[in-house]
Structures are given as structure tokens and as C-alpha cells.
Design a protein around this ligand. Structure first.
Ligand code: NAD
Length: 399
């Protein structure tokens, strides 16, 4: 089958297995070039391991630290005349490369929010690894079925209190478009917190603790975002920000609990804004990305997922000594994004932005390239005119 990108707004409905495998290899190469991380984890669980920050975390744990990894994700296998999802191909490629490198890797494709998947993962850890010393929680999901009540919650991306009116980027035409978002209802806020807050993270730790699977000195890290003033009403002060507040409060609670495991830690890392499948769907944020990326590239401080996570491991989590955190106890990997000179340049451009100067002051080309690459397209070295088999199997086949 010849596979081409089919883009529908902010999603691409096809993915290329060879392109995805090359992208995973690029991440592995980055880590190998930057060197081994001494004192890193050995047995790692990554929840949300197939794309974006979770995939990068699995790559750094495995190829930077030599860790055995268990990855959990929710992806689609190929069907007749339909490719698998990009995350599926990423996971297939990751497992093959881990096996070639002699590293343990096992994957579970299913709903991380369910007790069923937690139980399967618990069994695998008990049988194969004994315990885990790092749990990375990198889920981004539009919905959650609560494992105890069966209630389905959907996350919404809306402001709280006031209607938002502003501009967004129409990524299909590369033009600015007006956007109006109604204020969220209390029920919508609650549902978003249920999906993207910390409750499920805590349930994972409960499940592991109950079976004595937390190794001495265990660490668990979840990912959050803060961002600048210009996206505040839609992100940090909006429904997703409320969920992130809950995630951060959960970290404080878990941190207390994990201390008894030989000084274990639970932390939230605030990462940089990056183009991923989830973040592309957030209103207004892609417009901020294209301005931010232009400035960060010009100042030579741009980082992608793998660079961020390698730096997180090498300079924060496993640098030796106390983990550096801000006054709220958060690990700040968004330091370069939030630098004063970067933000003031982005703000100046945000103010003067119009359809005529958009292409000049925004990194539209970079955005489209990064977006296509998420699905395995536009990857250097891949011949897209060659027939490929879309039906690729996971080596561990634990779905
Ligand atoms: P992503 O869409 O690339 O990855 C989401 C992962 O979650 C995938 O592996 C997917 O398979 C998995 N997933 C979704 N629903 C699932 C379910 N029900 N069961 C099992 N797995 C499921 O997202 P991302 O942008 O890498 O986001 C990961 C985390 O990082 C999120 O908490 C996000 O808020 C945070 N973060 C993202 C950014 C950004 O700009 N992308 C910045 C800072 C923090």
C-alpha cells in the first residue's frame, strides 16, 4: 500500500509505518549522541508511551539509562484499507529497536484508566521486573470512563468565568481566524479534571503500592504546562489548567506517601509547549506555537520532545543531588520558553500579528513539518513511493 497523509483539520487520519520508525530512530540517535545518563532508572513504567512526551520518556529511559520499559497506550491497529495510528507504529518500532539493543520492552494497548489494564501491568511488573523505580505519567486523553462509577467524562478546552474572544490559526489555510469560546460550566470543569487531573495517576500508584511493586527510591513524574500571559485565559486559567492544578496537588500528596520508599519522590515537570497530537487540538495554542518556535529557533534555544526529556533526566531527575524545583515544588523544563527575552519577542509579534505578516513572523513551515512528522510523513530518508505493509505487529503483543 502507498500511504499518503490525509489531513482533516488538526488531525491526520493516516500514518506511515516506515516514517514513524525513522522518527523513533532519530530520537534514539539523539539520546545515543548525548551519552548515557549515569544513575538513571532501571525498571520503568510509562503511561501514555506511544507519542509525544511519553514516547520521548520511554526512549530516554531505555536508550539513555539502559532501563527495561513497560509502555501503556491507547492506539489503533491497522484494519483492511486503514493504517494503524502513528502511536501504534511508534510502539512497534520502539520495541524492535529495544529488542535489538538487548533491552526489555513490553507494551499494553488499552485504556489506562481501567482497572483491567492496571491489573495486567501489575502482573507483568511482578513477573518480569519485580518492581519499578520510575513511573512516568504522560496521558493526554479526550475522555475517561471512571473505573469505580462507570461514569464517562469528557475534557473540554474552555475558559472559566468569561467568554474568550481572540484569534486562532486556521492550519488548513494558514490564516488568522476569529475565535469565540464560551465559558465552561461547572460540570464541564469537573469532567475535565476527572480526565486530565491526578486521580488516575494516584490510582496507578495505589495499584503498584498494594502489590509492593515500588522499588526503594522510586520516582514518579507527571507532565504539566503553565505558559505565558497570552494563553492564560484559555490554558492555565481555563478548564485544562484546573485539571493541571489537580495533577500538581496530587503530586504533593503522592510525594509525602513515597518518601517512605527510601526517599521516593512524586513530581510534576512543567514542560515546554510543543506540537503533539493533543496540543494541536487546543484552541489558540497552535498560533502561540508558531510565534514561539520562530523566536526560539532564531535564538537557538528551540527543543523538541526528545531534547526536553533528555535534559529532564540528565540535568534534573538524575543529575545527582536534590532535584531542582521552583517555589511551588515544580520541576521547570519550560525555562527556555519562559525566558524574558523569548517571551517579550513573542508578545511583540503577537501584538503586531496580521494575515500579511503571519508567514514572516510565524514558523508556519516548521509547524506543518512537525505536524506531518507526528504521523511519519516528511521524514528525511524515507521513500514514500514504495509499497509498505500497514499491518505491523507489536513484538510483545500484549494488547
Ligand atoms: P500525546 O497526544 O502525544 O500523547 C498522549 C499519550 O496518551 C499517547 O501515548 C496515547 O496513546 C495515550 N493515551 C491517551 N488516552 C489513553 C488511554 N485512555 N489509555 C492509555 N493511553 C492513552 O500528548 P502529549 O502532548 O505528549 O501530552 C502528554 C502530557 O504532557 C500531557 O499531560 C500534557 O498535558 C503534557 N504536556 C504537553 C505539552 C505540549 O505542548 N504538548 C506541554 C507540556 C505538558
Amino acid at each position: 500500500m502507498i500511504i499518503e497523509p490525509k489531513i482533516r483539520g488538526f488531525i491526520c487520519t493516516t500514518a506511515h509505518p516506515v516514517g514513524c520508525a525513522w522518527s523513533v530512530q532519530e530520537q534514539i540517535d539523539y539520546v545515543c549522541q548525548h551519552g548515557k545518563i549515569a544513575g538513571g532508572p532501571r525498571k520503568v513504567l510509562v503511561v501514555g508511551a506511544s507519542t509525544g512526551y511519553g514516547l520521548a520518556s520511554r526512549v530516554v529511559a531505555a536508550f539513555g539509562c539502559g532501563a527495561g520499559t513497560i509502555g501503556v497506550f491507547f492506539e489503533k491497529e491497522a484494519e483492511p484499507r486503514r493504517t494503524a495510528s502513528a502511536g501504534w507504529y511508534n510502539a512497534v518500532a520502539f520495541e524492535r529497536k529495544a529488542q535489538q539493543a538487548g533491552l526489555y520492552a513490553r507494551s499494553f494497548n488499552g485504556d489506562a484508566f481501567s482497572d483491567e489494564i492496571k491489573q495486567k501491568v501489575v502482573e507483568a511488573i511482578r513477573k518480569d521486573l519485580g518492581q519499578v523505580d520510575l513511573i512516568l505519567y504522560s496521558l493526554a486523553s479526550p475522555r475517561r470512563q471512571h473505573p469505580r462509577t462507570g461514569q464517562i467524562s469528557k475534557s473540554v478546552l474552555k475558559p472559566i468565568g468569561n467568554i474568550y474572544t481572540g484569534r486562532s490559526l486556521d492550519v488548513t489555510t494558514d490564516t488568522l481566524e476569529p475565535v469565540t469560546l464560551p465559558a465552561a460550566t461547572p460540570d464541564e470543569i469537573e469532567q475535565t479534571v476527572s480526565v486530565m487531573g491526578g486521580e488516575d495517576w494516584e490510582y496507578w500508584i495505589d495499584a503498584l503500592e498494594k502489590e509492593n511493586l515500588l522499588a526503594p527510591g522510586v520516582r514518579t513524574v507527571a507532565y504539566s504546562y503553565v505558559g505565558p500571559e497570552i494563553t492564560r485565559s484559555i490554558y492555565r486559567d481555563g478548564t485544562i489548567g484546573k485539571a493541571k492544578d489537580h495533577l500538581e496537588a496530587t503530586a504533593r500528596k503522592l510525594d509525602e506517601r513515597l518518601r517512605k520508599y527510601g526517599g521516593g519522590r512524586a513530581l510534576v515537570s512543567v514542560n515546554k509547549a510543543l506540537v503533539t497530537q493533543s496540543s494541536s487540538a487546543i484552541p489558540v495554542i497552535p498560533l502561540y506555537f508558531v510565534l514561539l518556535n520562530k523566536v526560539m529557533k532564531e535564538k537557538r534555544v528551540y527543543e523538541d520532545c526528545i531534547a526536553q526529556i533528555y535534559r529532564l533526566f540528565a540535568t534534573r531527575l538524575y543529575a545527582g543531588g536534590p532535584i531542582p524545583v521552583d517555589d511551588k515544588g515544580l520541576v521547570r523544563m519550560d525555562d527556555l520558553e519562559m525566558r524574558e527575552d523569548v517571551q517579550s519577542a513573542v508578545c511583540r509579534n503577537w501584538e503586531k500579528l496580521n494575515d500579511r505578516n503571519l508567514a514572516q513572523i510565524a514558523d508556519l513551515k516548521g509547524y506543518h513539518e512537525e505536524f506531518l512528522k507526528l504521523f511519519g510523513f516528511g521524514v528525511n530518508g524515507v521513500n514514500y513511493n514504495v509499497d509498505v505493509d500497514p499491518d505491523q505487529k507489536l513484538l510483545s503483543a500484549s494488547s
